[in-house]
Design a protein around this ligand. Structure first.
Ligand SMILES: *Cc1c(COP(=O)(O)O)cnc(C)c1O
Length: 611
């Protein structure tokens, strides 16, 4: 049985039972049942399911690992975590995160004015807020207001000009002041495709010279006692642990040096994010070389060792993990609309009385193919079909012959896959898989729902939600419904050897799950072709099973037009006027058409055909 790599990327969140993907909870609900329940209420496009229990699990794991590490090394600093809003600002995620994080004093991180205002509204009372990224005077002002409201906020400055603005603002505002953090520029860089945020050439942070200057400026402004934290961030999805260790040594030493310069309230090191998760569906391409426990142990051990050497107090540890906390909580489910070669059936053959020789040979291959010769016959069939296409270009065979050749090749391919799939040694099967790919048209947009696949070729685990007790036989390329040729996840025998089932979607539903899409994908999603954020629902586990909550339908076409600053009244009026003016239909017909237009405008763009 093929588990689609669930044992690699699944983190025990899901299990397969009776051929279905089920939530790994006491009652083990099947995801396909949840999906069908929602679809029965009329929601037909792609669905984004949120699982708050998986947010809770990640929060608990991160705290448990650091608690264990602290105990093991008798570490004295505290552990704190904040969630960086840029990773997922959707209310369906944020509100769950803050309520589930409350017992852990879980905080939020903001990187812009809008995010900062969100943290001020939703952050748990007393939990930390950190603010990173470029700041103007206005943003700094909002940070001061947060402190005045009673928030436990730290403004991390990225450059000396920001510090100047903070010093000026401090003179103007009321008494409560935010804490100040300094982002340090490390020599160390991370590893992985998102490693750009670290290193001496990174976009952010203060050099050694600037750090010294910053401390002097703070002293002079009488604000040194507000300086409490240093911060660094090596980039997202750090694939190897080694660069983190180097960064910790660097940061630990900077911490100790700054304290020796008189920054005695400096008591925290903020490691930023970067904690990786496993996306790989195929073992060969593992995404990271460490576990959470190893990460926590290394951080605690390194900071303890350095501060002991330097005879300084052990700092509180702040972490800004985004991907690790949010990725697993969301699952996109999309129906397969069509298998492109499904129409290649025997009925579609329209053989002539006298067929060209090559067609006759293809028919022979189709009739006499057997397991012992399947691979060889398939190759012959490919060769013959190519010859037929050449003859067609030269005008020697007609369109009907060409059609027959194409159908026969697909039929031979399907027979070959089944024959070789049943043999115990399937290396022959692997050889032909590249050549008999099936294209699955799926009711979703890669640009909207998997933008990191489009932009960075980041793979996400993909698997069907049922039929997992049947062997999948077709090498699958996934096509989304945008009219952009980049909207494809193609089969690749090395990096993405995805096999799916041979299904007749006119007779039965077939749903694909795209897993681990809860980090970055939602907000980076683009409205290409005007497809919007899919319909979402929150699935809460109950002792008996589950409850579907907070169902939020995908935006309507009018909503998208409004988002794009169209005047939607103008659009409706113009459509109306044009319809009125038409002399091709009568008034009763016009009334009906107007009603139809109204419905379409108030529905979303995803396809409704068949499935
Ligand atoms: C993006 C970002 C994070 C989150 O990184 P993850 O890899 O998602 O954990 C944390 N801190 C800062 C400063 C960031 O820019």
């Amino acid at each position: 049985m093929n588990d689609f790599g669930l044992s690699i990327w699944g983190n025990s969140n899901f299990i397969i039972e009776n051929g279905k993907v089920c939530i790994n909870s006491a009652s083990k609900p099947a995801i396909i049942d949840i999906v069908k329940e929602i679809r029965d209420d009329g929601y037909r496009g792609p669905l984004l399911l949120r699982f708050p229990h998986l947010i809770q699990k990640q929060i608990e794991q991160i705290h448990a690992s650091f608690a264990k590490a602290k105990k093991e090394f008798a570490y004295e600093g505290k552990f704190n975590a904040v969630f960086p809003l840029k990773v997922n600002q959707y209310p369906g995620f944020v509100k769950n995160l803050t309520s589930l994080g409350k017992p852990y004093n879980y905080g939020l991180e903001a990187g812009s004015k809008a995010e900062l205002l969100l943290t001020m509204a939703y952050n748990n009372d007393g939990a930390p807020i950190t603010v990173n990224g470029f700041k103007d005077k206005e943003l700094i002002n909002i940070g001061f207001i947060a402190a005045e409201m009673g928030h436990n906020i730290t403004l991390t400055i990225e450059g000396l000009n920001e510090l100047e603005a903070i010093i000026a603002t401090a003179k103007e505002r009321f008494k409560p002041k935010p804490k100040i953090g300094l982002r340090i520029r490390l020599h160390s860089t991370g590893a992985g495709i998102w490693a750009k945020s670290g290193g001496i050439h990174s976009k952010f942070g203060l050099t050694s010279t600037e750090l010294i200057e910053a401390v002097n400026m703070l002293k002079k402004a009488n604000l040194l006692d507000h300086f409490t934290m240093i911060h660094f961030h090596l980039g997202s999805q750090i694939s190897e642990i080694h660069p983190l260790k180097k960064a910790l040594i660097e940061a630990g030493n900077i911490y100790a040096e700054l304290r020796k310069m008189g920054a005695t309230n400096l008591k925290a090191i903020n490691l930023g994010g970067g904690l990786a998760i496993e996306y790989s569906q195929f073992k060969e391409a593992s995404s990271r070389n460490y576990t959470l426990n190893e990460y926590a142990n290394d951080v605690v051990y390194m900071l303890k060792t350095i501060t002991e050497q330097k005879k300084e107090i052990q700092p509180d540890i702040f972490i800004e993990s985004g991907r690790f906390i949010s990725a697993s909580h969301a699952l996109l489910v999309a129906p397969v609309l069509e298998l492109f070669s499904q129409e290649y059936t025997e009925e579609k053959l329209n053989l002539k009385k006298n067929n060209p020789n090559l067609i006759t040979e293809l028919i022979d291959l189709y009739n006499s193919i057997k397991p012992s010769n399947a691979l060889e016959y398939l190759h012959d069939a490919i060769h013959h079909t190519e010859s037929v296409l050449t003859l067609f270009d030269l005008g020697y065979v007609d369109l009907q012959d060409r059609s027959n050749a194409e159908v026969l090749l697909r039929l031979i391919g399907k027979k070959a896959v089944v024959m070789l799939g049943n043999k115990s040694n399937s290396s022959d099967l692997e050889k032909i898989q590249k050549e008999v790919q099936e294209r699955y048209l799926v009711n979703f947009s890669i640009f909207q729902s998997l933008p990191d696949f489009w932009g960075l070729k980041q793979n996400f685990p993909i698997m069907p939600l049922d039929r997992l007790d049947e062997r999948p036989t077709l090498p699958a390329s996934i096509w989304d419904i945008t009219c952009d040729s980049d909207g494809e996840i193609s089969y690749n025998d090395e990096t993405n050897p995805l096999l799916l089932h041979d299904v007749d979607v006119e007779k039965e539903d077939y749903f694909l799950g795209f897993f681990l899409v809860g980090a970055y994908q939602e907000v980076l999603g683009m409205k290409h072709n005007l497809f919007t954020h899919p319909t979402e629902a929150t699935i809460e586990l109950t002792p008996q099973g589950y409850e579907i909550k907070d169902l939020l339908e995908s935006q309507s076409i009018l909503d998208i037009m409004e988002d794009m600053d169209y005047d939607v009244y103008e659009i409706q009026d113009t459509l109306n006027e044009r319809l009125e003016k038409s002399e091709l239909i009568n008034d009763t017909q016009k009334k009906q058409v107007l009603g139809e237009l109204y419905l379409f405008l108030n529905d979303n763009s995803y396809l409704k055909t068949i499935n």
